[in-house]
Design a protein around this ligand. Structure first.
Ligand code: ZN
Length: 668
């Protein structure tokens, strides 16, 4: 599972002076320009790939073909996100490129913003809120542009843009609704939630100890006779043209594999793409987890299921990366002590893992972000997702430090701390220790949190249903929060100050109680799983800590501030909640899980919300950030033999999007 950047982490201005542990050994260019574009609620950044030049030619070529394979899946995600997205993108880009009117025209500017939003969402819905974008240009103006270019006025596409009630939400999680019928994604067609659940329940064998990831690579619809059927993503199946191109490039990459183990991983992925058989996917996942000798690594496939209201179908995603060897010492230390952390956790021993299997952890440098990781991207990855593979083979956990670095650099001096942090002393604490404790939080969340605990025998891993993602993220966050304050981290040399953890505790509470609300529109509730998780944890601790005044919201000059009075007690409360959420997960206690989420994770205090939005608006910070990729160019000699791969960073946001749409068009 992936942890996207938290609002607070990216918004807090950090001037890190005290670095403990390891950071990338590579020097970054001092005058690198991180900001690329700014529109709506989005800031687009670029990231550096330090160390790429020092890789061997073989590694560079391997990365080159893997990045090509990554971007070649772009159209799959667009189509998964909505069945009209590709056609709509063609239409929008044609108008965008042919426009020759004044750039200061209001209609054009609204259109420019809309197209940039659609690119960012990989479709017509916001990548995070899942709501459809609202055009601020008129239908008349747009139809005028279509006429000018002799383009057809496709009624359906026009409705997608201009009718706010049509396909309003990509993923609907509202309790009680038919989540499939009311979600606008293209993972299901003409079927109800009940039909889909009946279809999979009839196939699931609850006694199977190594179940496949049902529905991961399929669109569910009905055949001519009205039977529910899967359309499988594979060569010769749904998305065949895109997948065939990916396979071709993976085979090319395989020629430059670093070793036989890595070659085998690529081969197994190609097998999976060819057969579409989810047993082949499990074989691939196991080979991928076991392969830890290579410096270059990648994910490419149908991975995370946040885009599916039932949490089954994986969105296409790819990240190509290589290990940051000096920085990885930090995560290796955590990983090597996984057993100690598991056995000392504040969780009922019945729900602990007897033996924590090799959680490999490393710090990586991303070389390309693609599919569901582009432009908005995670800062950490922990895969595979299948519970039984994690239990039997462990998982790979990574922190993407060139991305966290870019966030950090881009947030310097944005005024956030001055506005929201209660006093100088706390600001100083954040300046000194937030970068390292935030990175450690991610490491602990990914390396240990998701990997800890076990289900009691016979418990359905999907028992928590729509609340499963929120509770899983809460479990991982609480594991990290609890241990950040443990003296063990000082003993291991990961922190040098017993108070350092307070920086992350403060930021976490500030974010969960207040500042993450800047991402929510007025009047709306919290819906996204990671945000619900943070709100759940913070509101629960706030309430349970009231008798001892552990944390309070104090008012100064009409503004609210988070004030933490008892950090030690706060840690105990994190531990208590971790114990309870692990019990809920281990026992599959749906009712208790739902009650926690509904009581603490969803409802927004309207007055506080308004205050946060007002204060935040004055800072003019984009609540969401994403990235353009660097450009890799294959250099050949006179005989056409590859001699180098060069990397450049100059490409701007529209140029990259338009180029990708042309160069990597794999679906119609
Ligand atoms: Zn997570």
């Amino acid at each position: 599972m992936i942890k996207p950047i938290t609002a607070g982490a990216l918004a807090l201005a950090i001037t890190t002076t005290t670095m403990v542990g390891c950071k990338s050994g590579e020097q970054s260019t001092p005058d690198f320009d991180y900001t690329v574009d700014r529109f709506a609620d989005i800031e687009v950044l670029r990231y550096q790939v330090p160390g790429f030049e020092n890789l061997t030619l073989n590694q560079k070529l391997l990365i080159y073909y893997l990045t090509e394979a990554a971007i070649s899946g772009r159209d799959i995600l667009w189509d998964q996100n909505g069945k009209y997205n590709l056609a709509l993108r063609d239409m929008l880009e044609q108008v965008y490129e042919s426009y020759d009117g004044p750039k200061d025209d209001q209609q054009w500017q609204a259109f420019d913003k809309y197209v940039k939003q659609v690119w960012f969402g990989n479709g017509v819905h916001h990548h995070y809120s899942m709501d459809k974008f609202v055009p601020e240009f008129s239908r008349e103006w747009f139809e005028g542009q279509l006429s000018k270019n002799d383009m057809a006025k496709d009624e359906t596409l026009l409705r997608v843009i201009f009718d706010p009630t049509f396909m309003a939400k990509r993923v609907n999680q509202a309790e009680g609704a038919d989540l499939i019928v009311t979600s606008a994604n293209n993972l299901y067609e003409g079927v109800t939630q009940q039909e889909v659940e009946a279809y999979y329940n009839a196939r699931k064998d609850t006694t199977d100890l190594t179940p496949i990831s049902w529905g991961l690579n399929a669109r569910v619809t009905k055949d001519a006779d009205g039977n529910v059927v899967e359309q499988v993503y594979k060569v010769g199946g749904l998305y065949s043209d895109a997948i065939s191109r990916i396979v071709e490039l993976l085979n090319k990459a395989s020629e430059y594999a670093e070793n036989d183990g890595q070659r085998e991983v690529i081969k197994k992925l190609v097998d999976f793409y060819t057969t579409g058989d989810l047993k082949d996917f499990d074989d691939y996942s196991i080979a991928w987890v076991d392969e830890t000798d290579s410096q270059v690594d990648f994910i490419n496939g149908f991975i995370e299921s946040y885009g599916d209201p039932l949490g089954m179908t994986g969105a296409f995603e790819s990240i190509v990366n290589f290990k940051d060897i000096p920085a990885s010492k930090r995560t290796e230390t955590i990983s090597n002590n996984a057993e100690w952390f598991e056995q000392n956790s504040p969780v009922d021993p019945r729900f602990r893992k007897d033996k924590v299997k090799g959680v490999t952890a490393k710090v990586i440098t991303a070389a390309i972000l693609a599919g569901d990781s582009y432009p908005a991207t995670p800062i950490g990855i922990n895969l595979p997702n299948a519970n039984w593979i994690r239990a039997a083979h462990g998982s790979k956990s990574v922190t993407i430090e060139n991305i966290t670095k870019a966030y950090d650099e881009a947030s310097h001096g944005n005024g956030f701390n001055e506005e929201f942090v209660i006093d100088e002393e706390t600001s100083k604490l954040l300046d000194d220790y937030l970068f390292i404790t935030d990175n450690l939080h991610t490491d602990l969340h990914e390396c240990l949190g998701h990997a800890s605990g076990r289900l009691l025998p016979g418990v359905d891993p999907d028992a928590l249903k729509a609340h499963g993602s929120t509770l899983e993220e809460a479990r991982a966050d609480l594991f990290a929060l609890y241990y950040l304050a443990d003296p063990k981290l000082l003993e291991l040399g990961l922190l040098d100050n017993p108070d350092a953890y307070k920086a992350e505790y403060y930021k976490y509470m500030l974010n969960g109680l207040m500042t993450q609300l800047m991402r929510i529109e007025p009047g709306k509730d919290v819906e996204e799983a990671h945000m619900r998780n943070r709100k759940l944890i913070c509101e629960w601790v706030y309430e349970k800590g009231k008798p001892e005044n552990v944390v309070e919201l104090v008012e100064k000059d009409g503004k609210h501030y988070v004030k933490i009075n008892d950090y030690k007690r706060m840690r105990e409360l994190f531990g208590e909640l971790l114990g309870e959420i692990q019990r809920i997960k281990s026992e599959g206690d749906y009712e208790a899980g739902r009650d926690l989420v509904e009581t603490y994770g969803v409802k927004v205090d309207q007055n506080l919300h308004k205050e946060v939005l007002d204060r935040y608006a004055k800072l003019n910070i984009a609540p969401y950030k994403g990235f353009v990729n660097p450009v890799y160019t294959l250099v050949t000699d006179d005989n056409g033999n590859p001699v180098d791969v060069t990397i450049t960073y100059e490409e701007d946001y529209p140029t990259q999007m338009l180029r990708y749409s042309k160069q990597y068009k794999t679906l119609k």
